[in-house]
Design a protein around this ligand. Structure first.
Ligand code: AMP
Ligand code: ZN
Length: 492
């Protein structure tokens, strides 16, 4: 590895600093990312987090690491409001729709996979499920009880946070102090089985109406939400692994509890580096399933959400997301998407000029230094916005080369061309170079039909105008009339 390849720095939420990344085992990296709870369609906020970690996965691979990327599917144990009491999100959906919980799981797992494939994210190396690891989770609960940090009450098992905190720090990741947490929480109602409000469930007794239940040494029940990630991360990556990731909203309590569980069981903190991706917002507020403040990927691809002026391709949306650093909040709006789409087209047009650039006997530009700026950006905590800015510098250079105002040898043109392709397609995971060409033809064909419809409407020939619209819709293409004219998208 050259210098550029061995100086990856990652912001570690655990230390609050950017740190030089060193894999535990030579050339191998183990990374665990918390996956979705599959009880409804993923929204664009969820997608942003998974695209952020796709970038991390892709860049680590680009650097030559052999990466084992584990991302789970939460198909049991995640209760409403992330709490220890209440209904299981999947069971609730199953009850409301009168279907089996596993039908809910199947439906939304398929949606999740299709959506992430549309965004060109790579599948993880292992995608384990919570229900497939009940035995492992029970073993962990037994281990934590044996180590004196879990206690059973009425068929449920809780983690004893106060006892744990007497030797370790509960709050090490989120920078909280247990005393403050105690001070800020109301005391427990007499009905709770917990010794203290901060204790969290490792195993919950299943009430008779609870459908998703498994036998255990403490009676029929189901695992606490935080337990599955401890079971699956350590099973596939070992007691200590390189990177653990998830959305910022999972830092507390979910990830804090994962650390506590691992420390209680193995006396080891599970991951060396903790990465947290920031939120996608809409109208300045976090996109969330529960509040309804969200846009679904399909609504973006067909432009059917009223917030959007038109349809946007998955590539344009991916580019929009990558133009922000993964640790910054990003607000989605139609204007911002349109600006990103324009920028993206400019980048693609620049790339398309690469194969036909004139070459010269001498280079007037140090092409290695130019390419090093791509690495410098990504080595600085996966700074994709800076990488994209550098790629726009490349587009400027390409135009200067075309005009003969700068020169490159054939070997340097090839080097530049290869690097641009690697960074745009392999690292940023954008695809449009070829599809965009196909779309150009589709755009042209549809603009003819849109014009004909306009003319028909101008001539008050509404039956022809409606026929064009309806027949396109029957073929899955939806016309959308907006203030700037008519656009098209795929109908759902
Ligand atoms: P969930 O299915 O709710 O467990 O969420 C799956 C992933 O999406 C988690 O890593 C969350 O942190 C992340 N997530 C949820 N809402 C947003 C959002 N508005 N922006 C970015 N990531 C989010
Ligand atoms: Zn998790």
């Amino acid at each position: 590895m050259s210098d550029a390849l061995s100086s990856l720095h990652i912001f570690n939420s655990l230390s609050g600093k950017k740190e030089l990344f060193r894999a535990i085992e030579d050339n191998h990296v183990g990374i665990y990312v918390c996956g979705p709870t599959v009880y409804s369609n993923v929204h664009l906020g969820n997608c942003r987090t998974f695209i952020s970690f796709d970038l991390v996965y892709r860049y680590l691979r680009h650097l030559g690491y052999s990466v084992r990327y584990v991302r789970n599917i939460t198909d049991a144990g995640h209760l409403e409001h992330d709490a220890d009491d209440g209904e299981d999100r999947i069971s609730k959906k199953a009850r409301l729709e009168r279907i089996e919980p596993m039908e809910v799981v199947q439906r939304y797992t398929v949606d999740f996979h299709q959506t992430l494939a549309a965004f060109n994210t790579l599948p993880p190396s292992i995608e384990p499920t919570a229900t497939g690891h009940i035995i492992e989770q029970i073993e962990i609960v037994k281990g934590i009880i044996a180590n004196g940090l879990g206690y059973e009450v009425n068929g449920s098992v809780y983690f004893d946070v106060q006892k744990y905190n007497s030797t370790k720090h509960y709050g090490v990741l989120s920078g909280r102090k247990l005393e403050d947490m105690i001070h800020n929480t109301r005391s427990l109602s007499g009905q709770s089985d917990k010794r203290s409000p901060q204790d969290f469930a490792l195993w919950k007794k299943a009430e008779p109406q609870h459908i998703m239940r498994w036998p255990s040494p403490w009676g029929d029940g189901f695992p606490g939400w935080h337990l599955e990630c401890t079971a699956m991360s350590t099973k596939y990556l070992g007691e200590q692994f390189d990177i653990h990731g998830g959305g910022m909203d999972l830092k507390f309590p979910h990830h804090e509890c994962e650390i506590a569980q691992c420390e209680a069981l193995n006396q080891k903190s599970p991951a060396n580096t903790w990465m947290h991706a920031n939120m996608l917002t809409l109208n300045g507020k976090k996109m969330a399933k529960s509040t309804g403040n969200n846009i679904l990927p399909n609504e973006l691809f067909n432009g059917s959400n009223p917030v959007l002026s038109k349809a946007f391709s998955p590539d344009a949306a991916r580019f929009f997301m990558l133009q922000a650093h993964y640790r910054s909040i990003l607000d989605l709006s139609s204007d911002a998407l349109e600006a990103a789409e324009k920028g993206y087209k400019r980048l693609i047009q620049g790339i398309e000029l690469l194969p036909d650039l004139p070459t010269s006997n001498e280079s007037s530009v140090d092409i290695n230094a130019h390419i090093d700026t791509y690495y410098a950006a990504m080595n600085d905590d996966f700074n994709s916005p800076v990488l994209i800015a550098q790629l726009f510098e490349t587009v400027k250079l390409v135009h200067l080369l075309k005009k003969g105002e700068e020169t490159l040898t054939a070997a340097d043109v090839e080097k530049l061309s290869n690097s641009v392709h690697e960074f745009v397609f392999d690292v940023l995971g954008l695809t449009l170079a070829t599809k965009e060409k196909d779309n150009t033809y589709l755009d042209k064909a549809l603009s003819v039909l849109i014009d004909l419809r306009e003319q028909a409407r101008a001539n008050k020939d509404f039956s022809t105008a409606d026929r064009i619209r309806d027949e396109l819709l029957a073929k899955g293409i939806q016309l959308k009339d907006g203030k700037d004219g008519t656009t098209y998208g795929l109908s759902t």
